[in-house]
Design a protein around this ligand. Structure first.
Ligand code: DQA
Length: 141
């Protein structure tokens, strides 16, 4: 299978910000582990991170034409309010799995709302970097 792993706003600061919440590994290090995990199972993974909502929408729009079987999306704080990303996901044929490293339900109230969950295949949260690997596994079931 061919996966696209999308990370949204501030995820480029992973390993540098709020280490108690998101850990000490950088996004590049986490992505390298996801890539190795996928390749060990004969799958491929491409990666994209942006702090710009519209760039993420464009990537989502292109996912079908580029032949991805699944998109794994950690939209960061966009999760909680981006109707643009929600609409982009709703317009797609490729399934999208929503991911969060932290358990957002144990955190501030504003993080308890996701405007994208309803249009995603499912949501995996609270397992740190392993949330991404569990999302990959969800496509095999
Ligand atoms: C996050 C949770 C969001 O609430 C937050 O804004 C992030 C990261 C997570 O992976 O736990 O940037 O999506």
């Amino acid at each position: 299978m061919k996966f696209l792993i999308l990370n949204g706003v501030n995820l480029n600061r992973t390993g540098l910000r709020e280490k108690g919440v998101y850990g000490t590994q950088t996004l590049d290090e986490i992505n390298a582990e996801i890539k190795a995990y996928c390749e060990a199972k004969g799958d491929s993974a491409d990666f994209f991170q942006s702090n710009f909502e519209g760039e993420l929408c464009t990537k989502l729009q292109e996912a079908g034409d580029l032949g991805y079987d699944g998109v794994i999306l950690n939209a960061g704080a966009f999760t909680h309010y981006s109707y643009a990303i929600r609409d982009a996901i709703a317009s797609m044929d490729v399934p999208v799995v929503e991911v969060h490293m932290s358990n957002v339900h144990k955190r501030e109230e504003f993080r308890h709302t996701s405007v994208i969950s309803e249009v995603c295949q499912g949501t995996i949260l609270g397992f740190g970097k392993n949330s991404y690997l569990l999302a990959v596994e969800s496509f095999r079931l």
